[in-house]
Design a protein around this ligand. Sequence first.
Ligand SMILES: *[C@@H]1O[C@H](CO)[C@@H](O)[C@H](O)[C@H]1NC(C)=O
Ligand SMILES: *[C@@H]1O[C@H](CO)[C@@H](O)[C@H](O)[C@H]1NC(C)=O
Ligand SMILES: *[C@@H]1O[C@H](CO)[C@@H](O)[C@H](O)[C@H]1NC(C)=O
Ligand SMILES: *[C@@H]1O[C@H](CO)[C@@H](O)[C@H](O)[C@H]1NC(C)=O
Ligand SMILES: *[C@@H]1O[C@H](CO)[C@@H](O)[C@H](O)[C@H]1NC(C)=O
Ligand SMILES: *[C@@H]1O[C@H](CO)[C@@H](O)[C@H](O)[C@H]1NC(C)=O
Length: 618
Amino acid sequence: MRSFTYILLFASSAAAIWPQPVRYDHSDTVLFVKKDVPFYWYEAGARNVGSMADQFPFVFASNSNTGPNPQDNNRLKIRKQYTEPSLSENAENGTQGGVSGDEIIDFAIVSAWKTIFKHNLYPWKFHPRNWDEPSPNQGETTYISRIDIKLISTDPSNVAKPLAGEVDESYSLTLTQEGLATISANTSVGIAHGLTTFTQLFYAHSDGKNFYTPLAPVTIYDAPKFQHRGINMDVARAWFSTSDIKRQIDACAYNKMNRFHLHVTDSQSWPLEIPSMPELSAKGAYRPDLVYTAEDFQHIQRYAAIQGVEMITEIDMPGHTSSIHYAFPDLIAAFNIQPHWDTYAAEPPSGTLKLNSTAVYDFLDKLLDDLLPRVYPYSSYFHTGGDEVNKNAYMFDDTVKSNSSAILQPLMQKFVDRNHDQVRALGLTPVVWEEMLLDWNVTLGPDVIVQSWQSDEAVAQIVAKGHKALVGNYNYWYLDCGKGQWLDFDPSSSADAWPYYDYCAPFHNWRLIYAYDPLSGVPEENQHLVIGGEAHMWAEQTDPINIDRMIWPRGSAVAEVLWSGAKDSEGRNRSQIDASPRLSEMRERLVGLGVGAEPIQMPYCTMEGTVCQLGYTG
Ligand SMILES: *[C@@H]1O[C@H](CO)[C@@H](O)[C@H](O)[C@H]1NC(C)=O
Ligand SMILES: *[C@@H]1O[C@H](CO)[C@@H](O)[C@H](O)[C@H]1NC(C)=O
Ligand SMILES: *[C@@H]1O[C@H](CO)[C@@H](O)[C@H](O)[C@H]1NC(C)=O
Ligand SMILES: *[C@@H]1O[C@H](CO)[C@@H](O)[C@H](O)[C@H]1NC(C)=O
Ligand SMILES: *[C@@H]1O[C@H](CO)[C@@H](O)[C@H](O)[C@H]1NC(C)=O
Ligand SMILES: *[C@@H]1O[C@H](CO)[C@@H](O)[C@H](O)[C@H]1NC(C)=O
């Protein structure tokens, strides 16, 4: 009730943090912040670091006003100080190796500074006409004196590429009335999340030169509900440049998502360079130049990891592989059968890796031996796909010549076992689509994460079998749905398809996405196995022109469900009336960051608080 009262009175002053923190208290003192506000990054562990201090040039005496807090000085040593920070030339691309916690903090401080001072929002859309904008007042204005960054524990060595739950993402944030900000966390990723939240406390003045928070003092404690929070982006059906992909990663990080699933190959194109088999992308990509080179691939993974976002690469197989045909026709059965492709595949062109072929096995050995060592520095996972395998395609497979489950099932078991053995041997944990477990009855290793997309019942079945599950029910979290058909219909069949709805219509409004509870239908004793989920952006009708608005801000609705949980602290479904102005503000912040996110309401609604609602009962 308290939060409703608050919203009715002050909805236009949004106080909007997205996703919603676990605990968030604030008041209404205005503090300004200047571009040269110092960030102090303190030594990890801090209490016994003596010799470490010599390695870093920014160890300060404690007697200046903007210097370290004297109370802390005995315990904590400053690791590094930043004013108007910028990234070094090679920070993004770095070296071939993985990403360290130090690099994550470094990147996060620079990002936070840029977000506050270069990409901030003038919040006119969240105040009524003629609102009283805070302005700096000579003499009376309080400025933020410094921002203290305290890593209070030691990062695990795999901080940038953990398995679910291995990194503590919690953080706490305080901002005193006097202008001292402190962000503490047990890991570098927690620090990055804290800095992200910090930026959301600030607004730009209409003069474009001043920046302030109207919310001091602030106290926040925050931690995610689910360990795996991601977007799945299909870059095979349509081509996206690396900068299009990086923009989605930026948006994931800003929504505190920690996974980015790259569905990088499919039947329509193979845009991923495999250096030991260059013809795969040279012939399988839409154009020989629409390829992610090995260098691009490394760069994308690193760009994600440095923001605390672990990339999960998927090579979908044995279905969804027709594009291999262009380089290696002998490996693919039932390629591009027309006109009745729909008997053999979910989408044209039909085609599937042969299921009992030593040539296919040799190919997969070579593929995974090439690719997985390049995934390993940045991820602990590899996704082997396994959705929508069409049995009829194996009638045309000269190594099988059958569509009988009894014949195909043992071959599929062997296919998956071989792949997963190799994934494990190269140090990674396999992820598969639900069909392998639930439709093909493949016995999977207990380590395998099973990604569900078809139903809540499927999630319940996956966890009942003891596997960790990722949710993403297409009725809620498929972002491609509701645009209508992309197939063309012959006049003889167009009447049946009228008015051309797609299979997963309607369009999933953010409210529908937000209403999805990953735990619904899962008995309490198995809920710990639901490690999180992903929103899916399939690219039949999405390309660089509309990708941003297709994912954002609806992906933010997914991010809040996964970070904050579908229910509030009192166990009630989260309220759209509470979320809507915050999501609108998040949308403005994403736009400021260069992400073309769609509006969710007209300014009238966000300017006037809760006027755009139906059925409100107080
Ligand atoms: C850090 O770890 C401690 C001990 O496990 C825990 O109590 C705390 O909530 C964690 N997070 C923060 C932000 O301190
Ligand atoms: C990083 O690598 C990418 C792709 O290899 C390249 O396009 C980009 O210019 C590089 N960035 C920097 C800062 O070197
Ligand atoms: C699979 O291939 C092997 C070797 O060619 C053959 O002996 C076996 O009969 C095949 N299995 C099926 C189910 O066709
Ligand atoms: C297998 O093929 C036969 C003959 O084409 C067909 O009648 C049957 O429905 C197919 N079975 C499956 C499981 O698709
Ligand atoms: C998996 O098991 C179910 C239930 O026993 C069965 O209906 C289905 O045909 C099996 N699938 C395969 C591919 O064997
Ligand atoms: C809460 O949301 C669930 C869907 O996740 C819905 O089934 C249920 O009816 C809602 N409860 C209330 C009280 O509105």
